[in-house]
Design a protein around this ligand. Structure first.
Ligand code: GLA
Ligand code: ZN
Length: 678
């Protein structure tokens, strides 16, 4: 899709020429050429600039910029500017202002600040999208639409409250059904009229952000707010689509961002894009996992890396510099996991307000003789040489990890058993084990078609939605390997417990019954003692957070707890079901255990590592037709050596053919082209 607009990995990023004079823009264009920059995202926060009141629009400034960019053949990713409303709008139409979690009406300020259900916001954001589409539909440089910016945050105003009731009526039909779904007979919270329902925040059922008396209403409010913002996005999307049906439309997402159900959002996006801002101490596997999640949103379709910093951020507590080579390395990490663009925030540093110390391709000194610029320019050259070779290629992983926002919300809202339980961390533990093994993993939704996979892992699958258990039974029945963990199968989609013994609907396929769930204190652990041989696993491993005390019903016991009163009871089980196997890991184990376990499960399914490399050398694959592209990234500071086999492979960045022992310099990258039939 992107190749039609520009048949090479798009390179550029957020650009704010409206903050500068024309002479500066001329300088920028000169330097863009030096850096190989061919696409800019403009108009992200320019609503106030283009619309001075309800009636007065002025796009001449934008016309000029686009015209000038076009002269230099620079593509435009055009934002709709609705990520922050103008001050006049807030003054005249206070319904655009949000009410916060504590019930305080906000004043004008900040960004991402509009009530998603505000009639004023919807009216004018849609109008803006329509006007931009009308005006720039014939512009040949228009290459993508970028709606709003990083949607997020919740509102608790009266308009939202009113809309929430309507949303609930749509969902439940009758108030009786809602009372059942929320179990309101608890504490006598039964509702008789829809307008008795109020928003769940610090003034009603919630406190501390994710503590709630009633999971039902809190869970539904998250769904409702995610849907409300999605509705804002979709209203703009429709305007753009009618006028420019061939321009891809996106909005920039934020990886594992908690507040929006991105799987639902992605259905309405032509292409997923996201902003990657790891800290210097974020585990590399976490960044890879985030890319894979973004790729998984549209079942493996390539995505856009919309933003990353060329050097440092400003908004973290400690904003370390990306060390020499790291910007390039992390850019290829994105490409390796499915990105077809490498874009920055920002191309030029502003002089005032809170992002003046945020990294940029062009720094305050204003010229190209900086380390950061040189690194950007070198990468720009490389991407020109790479052309479209790896674009539109796909992963072909046989292992999938299931990720679900509803499950995450329910888990995080759960009162008990432990505050130490963090869904994303548990998912990451399994992902990290596979990452260390160089086994590629897809992150998929609960609705994804699982037939392409041989191993499916559902960490802490607390909420089991209708039909899910049956699909897992089919998957395992047909020969798949399924892994689930402690605190799974507990509730249905309304967070109501499935009676008759945990793990509820998953009990049949897993062949176990979890009788009790113990929560361990910080620093407290139990042990996993292997009783059967499972690959390289032997002896004992530590585990913690939660310990399900389980009975093997049909399953075999592979390991048991080493301590406490439940010592000797099962902690790892395997159930043969149809042609396949279902494993249950009853606690949260140390990484060595998970690596050993997953290595064995993959081996049993004939899944081999992409390559054997030393620690810190990441490997992943993209495939297109008869070509496979193997990305090898040395995240270490120093050289590492490994064997790539006797068949000569073309190395895309240098054109050399290489084989056997390879020495890869610290922070360097190899992209090997091979036959996809290997
Ligand atoms: C986000 C925003 C950008 C900018 C960067 C700074 O990703 O989309 O506008 O604020 O953060 O890191
Ligand atoms: Zn609101």
């Amino acid at each position: 899709m992107l190749t039609e607009k520009l048949p090479k990995i798009w390179y550029g990023g957020d650009y704010n020429p409206e903050q500068w004079d024309e002479a500066t823009m001329e300088e920028d264009l000169r330097m863009f050429k030096l850096a190989g920059i061919d696409v800019v995202t403009i108009n992200v926060f320019s609503w106030a600039r283009s619309q001075r009141d309800e009636h007065m629009f002025d796009f001449t400034w934008l016309d000029k910029i686009i015209k000038r960019l076009a002269q230099d053949n620079i593509r435009v990713c055009l934002a709709t500017s609705t990520g922050a409303h103008p001050a006049w709008m807030a003054k005249k139409y206070p319904d655009v202002l949000r009410v916060d979690y504590n019930g305080r009406k906000r004043k004008f300020g900040g960004r991402h600040n509009s009530c998603p259900n505000s009639p004023t916001y919807r009216k004018y954001s849609v109008m803006m999208a329509a006007k931009l589409a009308e005006r720039y539909q014939e512009e040949p440089m228009l290459s993508a639409w970028h709606i709003s910016n990083e949607y997020g945050g919740y509102c608790y105003c009266d308009t939202c409250e009113h809309q929430f009731r309507e949303w609930l009526e749509q969902r439940y039909g009758t108030i009786q059904k809602l009372n059942t779904a929320w179990n309101t007979s608890f504490w006598g919270h039964t509702f008789y009229e829809w307008d008795e329902i109020v928003v769940p925040n610090a003034l009603s059922e919630e406190w501390d952000g994710n503590r709630t008396n009633f999971q039902g209403i809190s869970l539904d409010y998250r769904r409702f707010q995610s849907d409300s913002l999605l509705e804002c996005y979709r209203l703009e999307y429709e305007q753009l689509k009618i006028v420019t049906p061939n321009i891809p439309i996106t909005t920039n997402l934020m990886g594992t961002y908690p507040e929006l159900d991105y799987f639902k959002w992605a259905k309405y996006m032509d292409i997923v894009s996201w902003d990657n801002y790891p800290s210097m101490d974020t585990p590399l596997s976490f960044t890879s996992m985030s890319h894979d999640l973004m790729r998984g949103l549209k079942s493996g379709q390539p995505f856009m890396l919309m933003e990353q910093t060329p050097s440092q951020q400003n908004w973290q507590a400690y904003n370390g510099l990306k060390r020499p080579g790291v910007m390039r390395l992390w850019s290829y990490q994105a490409v390796a996991h499915g990105a077809d663009t490498v874009m920055f925030f920002q191309l030029r540093r502003s002089i005032g307000a809170c992002e003046k110390y945020h990294g940029a391709v062009i720094e305050h000194v204003g010229h190209e003789h900086t380390r950061v610029f040189r690194e950007c320019a070198e990468l720009g050259k490389e991407l020109q040489l790479l052309g479209d070779q790896v674009m539109n290629s796909r992963a072909r992983n046989r292992v999938a990890i299931i990720f679900d926002w509803d499950n995450r919300w329910a888990l995080e809202l759960s009162s008990g058993p432990s505050v130490a339980l963090n869904y994303v961390d548990e998912v990451h533990k399994y992902y990290d084990a596979l990452y260390q093994l160089n086994i590629g993993t897809d992150i998929v939704s609960v609705d994804e078609d699982l037939t392409a996979y041989d191993v499916v892992i559902a960490p802490v699958m607390y909420m089991v939605k209708p039909g899910f258990a049956k699909r897992i039974e089919e998957f395992v029945g047909n020969g798949g390997t399924f892994v689930s963990t402690f605190f799974s199968g507990i509730v249905n989609e309304n967070d109501l417990v499935t009676l008759g013994g945990y793990p509820g609907e998953l009990r049949n396929v897993l062949g176990i019954w979890a009788e009790e769930i113990d929560a361990l204190y910080p620093g407290q652990s139990n042990h996993i003692r292997m009783t059967e041989e499972v690959g390289s696993l032997h002896g004992s491993y530590s585990c913690g957070i939660l310990c399900d005390i389980i009975h093997a019903e049909h399953a075999e016991v592979l390991a048991e707890y080493g301590d406490d009163f439940y010592r000797g009871t099962p902690v790892l089980t395997r159930n043969h079901y149809g042609q396949g196997k279902a494993y249950y890991v009853a606690s949260s184990p140390e990484q060595a255990f998970l690596q050993g376990l997953l290595e064995q499960l993959c081996t049993e399914q004939g899944i081999q590592p992409l390559l054997h490399t030393p620690s810190g050398v990441e490997v992943s694959e993209r495939v297109k037709g008869d070509k496979s592209y193997l990305f090898i990234l040395n995240h270490n500071e120093d050289e590492r050596s490994f064997d790539i086999g006797a068949t000569p492979n073309r190395e895309l960045l240098t054109g050399r053919f290489i084989s056997n022992e390879v020495h890869l310099a610290g922070r360097d990258v190899l992209i090997l082209e091979r036959s996809s039939f290997v």
